[in-house]
Design a protein around this ligand. Structure first.
Ligand code: I24
Ligand code: DGL
Length: 265
């Protein structure tokens, strides 16, 4: 059996990327590591996020992965380059694929980016969009209330709707035609976000785009698993096994996932 692909995230949000990997890459084995104990990363300093991301990558490197996916926007924003320098396997983040989809789909080159405070303050999305499309205009908005709304299980509530509406009003004077959901959790809020943005605005969620890049990298480095078999996904959490497992069962529909506790560093 071939080596697995490693996936890291600040918690469970990266499971949105895993969900696409399971269907789009049916022969690939996955090892996931979520740092639930220290989640959220979005309100932490860049130094903290870099250290934690490095610790996760090192842990999966010990497990002999062939490629690493940084499924967390905040970690990608501040640590992608650092991780690429330190390890020999290919590393795929979620920002380049999301930025590309936005640039491709925007007719006006006016692009909104929604993300955590750390992601927005890093300027990583703006830099990547401008690199791909130098005359683009980027309107980045930090949405610090959005992750807590999802994690408190209130994401379908009326309160969620009003909070999201109020936050997105800050963009009401900007004339963009594409909005990037630059955080793992925001696809769960897409209904509310859709409602609070003008109807012609196209919403981009990067999970599918990211997995397309994973597939390209597998081909480029001839790392595809050619056998028609894969190991069951293996999940590690730095937090509670039971809470993590409940979300995996619910979100991925895996009946009894292998979830193990791990300590970092
Ligand atoms: N969604 C996320 N994180 C949570 C949650 C959630 N609790 C309920 N839902 N909690 O992220 C974070 C706290 N940790 C504690 C330690 O163990 C893991 C959780 C979004 C997940 C996206 C895949 C709501 C919820 C759910 C199941 C599926 C999806 C979802 F319960 F949003
Ligand atoms: N995974 C993070 C991201 O995509 C959201 C949760 C957090 O702040 O840690 O930005």
């Amino acid at each position: 059996m071939g080596k697995p692909i490693g996936v890291i995230d600040s918690g469970v949000g990266g499971l949105t990327v895993v969900k696409e990997m399971l269907t789009m890459l049916p022969n690939e084995s996955i090892i996931y590591l979520g740092d639930d104990l220290r989640c959220p990363y979005g309100s932490r300093t860049s130094e903290e996020v870099q250290t934690f991301t490095l610790e996760m990558a090192a842990k999966l490197a010990e497990m002999d992965i062939k490629m690493l996916v940084i499924a967390c926007n905040t970690a990608t924003a501040v640590a992608l380059e650092l991780i690429r320098e330190k390890f020999n396997f290919p590393v795929v983040g979620v920002i380049i694929p999301g930025a590309r989809a936005a640039v491709t789909n925007s007719k006006t080159s006016q692009i909104a980016v929604l993300g955590t405070t750390r992601t927005v303050e890093s300027g990583a999305y703006s830099a990547e969009i401008m690199r791909q499309q130098p005359n683009a205009e980027v309107h980045a908005l930090a949405c610090p209330d959005f992750v807590p709304i999802v994690e408190s299980g209130q994401y379908r509530s009326e309160k969620a709707r009003t909070t999201i509406d109020k936050t997105l009003q800050k963009l009401s004077h900007k004339d963009f035609d594409v909005a990037i959901l630059g955080c793992t959790h925001y696809p769960l809020l897409e209904g509310h976000i859709r409602h609070s943005l003008p109807r012609h605005v196209q919403i981009i969620s990067s999970a599918v785009e990211t997995v397309r890049d994973v597939e390209k990298e597998l081909n480029k480095y001839q790392l595809k698993n050619e056998t028609d078999m894969r190991e069951d996904a293996l999940f590690y959490t730095t937090g509670s096994r039971e809470s993590f497992k409940a979300i995996v069962v619910d979100w991925l529909g895996i009946e009894s996932p292998d979830v193990r506790h791990i300590t970092l560093p």
